[in-house]
Design a binder for this molecule. Structure first.
Ligand code: ADP
Length: 335
């Protein structure tokens, strides 16, 4: 649905912010683009609606290269791509109702249809009782709800979120993310979001790419990337997740040659694999660490076991056959 092909963006001062980047986003994805400040995230997301013009490459939306559109066609196309921002970008002199109506007026909606649509949108974002308020009378979360309503006014297929929760506290962030997830399902939207917070990716995305110095360094399903971050920057970002902060257990593992790390993804997490292995084989398991995560559409877990007994290899083969990945901790440390 969204395809960036060999995209390069060099700013007029000669700085190359995006380097020959390729990216595919499918319809219905909630796709997270994560990276540190300066990585190129804002530049990248703004290329999707041509707020930035690439120096090279193609931007395909539903197989149309939007770089070939004339200004009028581009304006029509942009109505199908809503966008929200970190600082909301509301019009301070207009009340909530008029901020939302503004997007419809620009798109040429008739006045009566406008009123009906704004009321629908206010209902959708839970702000019916605030329609006459001005932006300075709203909390950050409420302002972002107005911005979401405005972005969705013209029934877009795509919603771009530029650090949409970065200015909000944790609780408000959660409620805005829940709203986005809800809207995505109700409207069959495709959402592309940029963030520096892995928690945002974990909370709502199904796919993610990690960007650094204008290049994608890692991409894939969220459960896969969070359970197996390969690149050092991805590992750093994953390490900032609250439950990952305490990795001290790694320093307190016993001095055993039979320590194994097991990674369970999706179905493997929901089966009694460990107890089955205990019943079938002459082994004992001593669990030194276990951690399970449930994501919106996937789940994964990790366990560190000290395995003793006569049938260690057989037990490991059985567990592996249930789609559990196993790595010897000893071998890992020697790499
Ligand atoms: P992020 O959103 O990940 O923080 P940006 O896309 O804003 O990153 O910026 C990526 C790089 O491009 C940064 O080094 C930034 O300084 C540079 N950059 C952004 N906008 C411009 C511009 N208009 N002219 C020159 N360099 C820019």
């Amino acid at each position: 649905m969204i395809e960036l092909k060999n995209i390069q963006k060099t700013y007029p001062n000669g700085f190359c912010a995006i380097k020959n980047l390729n990216l595919q986003i499918q319809k219905g994805d909630i796709y997270g683009i994560i990276g540190y400040s300066g990585a190129g995230k804002s530049t990248l997301i703004r290329l999707i609606n041509r707020l930035e013009e690439p120096t090279n490459g193609e931007v395909l939306i539903n197989n149309t290269n939007i770089l070939n559109l004339n200004p009028k066609a581009l304006q029509k196309q942009r109505q199908k791509i809503g966008m929200i921002f970190q600082h909301f970008n509301l019009l301070s002199r207009r009340n909530v109702f008029d901020n939302i109506a503004f997007a419809l007026q620009i798109a040429g909606w008739k006045k009566e249809e406008c009123v009906q649509r704004v009321l629908e949108l206010l209902d959708l974002v839970g702000l019916k009782d605030k329609k006459d308020f001005y932006p300075n009378q709203l909390s950050g979360g409420q302002k972002q709800r107005v911005a979401i309503a405005r972005a969705l006014a013209n029934h877009p297929q795509i919603l771009l979120c530029d650090e949409a929760t970065s200015a909000l506290d944790t609780k408000t962030t959660q409620s805005i993310l829940a709203l986005l997830k809800d809207i995505q399902q109700k409207m069959s939207l495709t959402i592309v979001l940029i963030t520096h917070q892995i928690e945002v990716v974990r909370a709502i995305c199904n796919k993610v790419c990690v960007i650094n110095k204008g290049e994608i360094i890692e991409e894939g399903e969220v459960a896969k990337i969070l359970s197996h971050p390969k690149h050092q920057i991805t590992q750093e970002l994953v390490a900032t997740m609250p439950h990952k902060k305490n990795q001290d257990y790694l320093h307190f593992l016993p001095d055993s040659t039979n320590l194994y790390e097991l990674v369970f993804i999706n179905e493997a997490k929901d089966s009694p694999i460990i107890s089955q292995a205990l019943q079938k084989f002459k082994v004992t398991f001593n669990i030194h660490f276990a951690d399970f995560n449930t994501l919106p559409s996937q789940s994964f877990g990790r366990m560190i076991l000290d395995i003793q007994g006569e049938e260690i290899e057989e037990a490991l083969a059985f567990i592996r056959a249930q789609n559990v990945e196993i790595e010897s901790i000893q071998r890992k440390n020697n790499d």
